[in-house]
Write a protein that binds this ligand. Sequence first.
Ligand code: ATR
Length: 294
Amino acid sequence: MKHVYTINDLRQNTLPADARLAVLGYPVSHSASPQMHQAALDALGLDVTYIRLEIEPGGLKEAFSLMRGLGFIGCNVTVPHKLEAMGCCDELSPAVKVLGVVNTVHFTNAKICGDNSDGRGLTQALEEDFKISVRGKNVLVLGAGGGAGKAIATQLNQEMCERLYLSNRTRSKAEMLAEDLNKAGTGTQVFTLGNSAKELEEVAKNVEIIINATSAGMKSDDELPIPGAFISPHHMIYDVIYNPPLTKLLLAAKKNKAKISNGLSMLVHQGAISFEIWTDKKPDTALMRAAIIS
Ligand code: ATR
């Protein structure tokens, strides 16, 4: 078993005999998806191996075609393929139609179906970590114009949170997203803002949940995406970043006695949703989580 396979392995079928699931990226060697999914597959006694496939940009169509020929069930797609994957699918889920981004592909007999499990992964993570439903809640999404932020905001709109505040450093991206979300007419009130302290202070007072979907916090010298002083004990703070497990934002929130959680639970739940799309079986999420941190 190799750590990473390539298009040549697909062409020559030099893959493990039971390789039926994969994550496709470029690069892809860092992906934790194989260990997470393999743990769940093994626990259910499914004779399926989940592999990493390094596919160059522009190579997805050929890869999908070869994979179907080899009997693959489906795959995850990650950077930089999430957009390209859309054009390689025959059918797109409603979430993908709004987001324009695929992270899960299912090969059925007749079709290649594209879905996105990120947004649902986040709301399931909030349910598990904070024991809440987002319906009727007021939520601030930081970095709403980025890839993760868009998926999260779209799901929060779909699940009818009360007021949804979309903050983005480049405000125009939040405004474009708000336009799309308003078209869905779910009843959620959508507002946009930039990321200045002045704008964030006012909004922070009006929300129970704050989600960081910016990449600020991955590096130790990053600024906080919202000043810690705006966080109070009534807040639930979710940071999509899971490495490091305790970002500066989460440390500040903990100090101010807010409830906190990191993106590990989102990673696990989006994975579990993909798993169910492929297998029609519910995986053991505790096992998946343990496999990532082991
Ligand atoms: P993507 O997810 O689209 O690939 P990204 O570069 O990882 O993009 O950025 C994700 C989000 O983090 C974006 O909303 C980005 O804001 P812009 O749209 O203005 O670029 C936001 N972001 C990245 N670094 C940030 C920082 N230091 N402060 C605030 N927001 C930041």
